[in-house]
Design a binder for this molecule. Structure first.
Ligand code: HEM
Length: 534
């Protein structure tokens, strides 16, 4: 039975690889398609799973011994594996390993190699088709799906929105949402008689959702105040699908993604309806802003204002909405996770937590004071900056990236055949001893303090070691936005509260099998206690 299943799914994977899925619509020719492939199934299965690895042109590369194929047929190696392999297997820049259905992948093990992929991104290297399809369904395409010149044009038009001089105007918005979150937590803590244990990921996720939508396009989800509202519920269904996202990525190695998305399943129906609902809400926001008198338009400081000023976007409402969807998809959860992981580290280290609180309280007004803040007040808090940078290094929310090239490419002195998935493990780059020294696995904010070299490299070998936001043409356009947002929220949360682990040990398990974002398994639970006197 298992063999038969493997046969069917390998054939379907082959269909996806040669793009048959996009040429013949499954809805019309599905059965015909399947019948033809059923005849060829045994050949595809035997070849794909058992024989192809033996004939691979990459056979000369150091190859990971992963054990019997049938025991790992549906398993994709994770960040822990990558880091271990890089540090233990002798290699000169590339390591060969196998993923779902024994599919071949190449892991890049040096910053020199990752630089080649980053530098050639969108021109020589592309996202795998399945990843692109998943992002396109969610966002409608836009920056995530664009490659080459189209991608460069979109980036160019949006870049002004992410420059410091523009982003500094958004600090007061971040602070207003921080104040709201702090007050909401204060009320929650006051209402509990025992020690107050909260699932912090949920709280900060509401904060960063409100912040990105408000600072990005002047739209308030109001999810801190009304977490159960219809729109927030729909947003969560569309954008935070939990474990099903990881399963879809695994399945996408096996079944053509278009077929997967069109299966008559509740998850597909719900996702479509909820994505549509969020798009409609954003569409109204954009239309309203397009109709505003120009004097009002000029007073706006958000990302939408920059798009409405750009010849490429301003009259294309659908493209603007897709871009807003992309910002939600890229920015909301990643920023929330960054905050959660930082609070986790600080909860285990009260000495550093107190040092940070002292710095914050000495320099910022309390959220209760009603006094607004400015960018410069946050930017000069050195220890806050170092804590956030170190947390982003150790717990970068996006653990990996896969790219393929339609041509054979030279990477780390080897010619990699076309269409070979190349994996960059941001997690491994951020934690390798070769990059960061003997304390690579520890949380040491102090590595980011000192002269300008320490501040920019944190003692690492070169700037490609810090991989949290990727590099090159597809690096995170929202890097500064995210950084400032996390700084502001953290200032409010650590200034106001003391954070401790929910259990005495403070051990949490990271969910490394979700390849999209690095989360805490079963949620991050922390004890929160208000600290008076600010
Ligand atoms: C701590 C928070 C964040 C982290 C760790 C992060 C990380 C990343 C990474 C690693 C990529 C590259 C992904 C890939 O190519 O496969 C990326 C892309 C992107 N990020 Fe972020 N991001 C964060 C926050 C944000 C925010 C707040 C925004 C928007 C305001 C944003 C917008 C984007 C966009 C639009 C892309 C796609 C860029 C392109 O394809 O040209 N990100 N991000």
């Amino acid at each position: 039975m298992l063999t038969l299943t493997a046969i069917v799914i390998t054939a379907l994977r082959y269909a996806q690889d040669v793009h048959i899925g996009s040429v013949i619509p499954f809805s019309a020719y599905g059965w015909l398609f399947l019948t033809h492939f059923a005849i060829l199934l045994p050949f595809f299965a035997t070849y794909g799973i058992f024989l192809a690895p033996r004939f691979s042109a990459n056979k000369h590369l150091p190859t990971v011994q992963q054990g019997p194929v049938l025991a790992r047929l549906f398993k994709e190696p994770n960040s822990i594996d990558f880091l271990r392999w890089i540090e233990e297997i002798p290699n000169d820049g590339l390591i060969r390993f196998h993923g779902v259905l024994n599919g071949e992948r190449i892991l890049i093990t040096t910053t020199e190699g990752t630089k080649v992929v980053h530098d050639g991104d969108t021109k020589d290297f592309h996202r795998p088709l399945a990843a692109k399809a998943i992002l396109t369904r969610l966002t409608g395409g836009a920056i995530f799906a664009a490659e080459g010149r189209e991608h460069a044009a979109q980036r160019k038009e949006m870049t002004p929105a992410f420059k410091h001089r523009h982003l500094k105007e958004l600090y007061p918005t971040f602070w207003s949402k921080t104040v709201e979150l702090v007050r909401s937590l204060q009320r929650h803590e006051a209402s509990t008689t025992e020690k107050s244990v909260i699932e912090i990921d949920d709280w900060v996720s509401r904060g960063t959702l409100d912040a990105i939508a408000l600072a990005g396009f002047g739209f308030d989800f109001n999810s801190i105040a009304q977490p159960g509202s219809e729109l927030v519920r729909k947003y969560r269904t569309a954008f935070l699908p939990g474990k099903s996202a990881a399963r879809i990525r695994i399945l996408a190695n096996i079944v053509p993604i278009k077929l997967l998305f069109n299966l008559p399943m509740k998850r597909n129906r719900d996702a479509k309806a909820c994505i549509q609902a969020i798009r409609s809400a954003l569409y109204s926001v954009v239309q309203k802003r397009q109709d505003e008198p120009s004097i009002e338009k000029q007073s706006r400081q958000d990302i939408l204002a920059v798009m409405l000023d750009s010849p490429l976007f301003k009259t294309n409402t659908n493209l603007i909405v897709s871009q807003c969807m992309a910002f939600l998809a890229a920015g909301h959860e990643a920023s929330a996770l960054a905050l959660g992981w930082t609070l986790h580290e600080l909860s285990k280290d009260h000495k550093r937590q107190q040092k940070l609180r002292d710095e914050i309280r000495a320099n910022l007004p309390s959220p209760d004071s009603g006094v607004p803040i400015e960018a410069s007040q946050i930017d000069r808090l050195e220890y806050l900056g170092a804590v956030v940078q170190e947390s982003l290094r150790k717990w970068g929310p996006v653990p990996r990236q896969t790219r393929i090239s339609p041509r054979a490419m030279e990477v780390s002195g080897h010619i990699v055949p076309k269409n070979t998935p190349l994996v960059v493990s941001f997690y491994a780059m951020n934690r390798m001893q070769e990059n960061w020294g003997p304390e690579a696995a520890d949380f040491v904010p102090e590595r980011w303090l000192g002269d300008s070299q320490a501040k920019s490299l944190g003692g690492s070998k070169d700037r490609y070691c810090f991989s949290t936001f990727s590099h090159g043409a597809r690096s995170c356009i929202g890097q500064r936005f995210a950084h400032y947002e996390v700084l502001v929220f953290l200032a409010g949360l650590v200034g106001s509260f003391e954070w401790s682990p929910a259990d005495s040990e403070g051990v949490v398990e990271a969910d490394h099998d979700s390849t999209v974002m690095l989360k805490v398994k079963n949620g991050l639970h922390l004890t929160v206690k208000e600290v008076g006197g600010w």
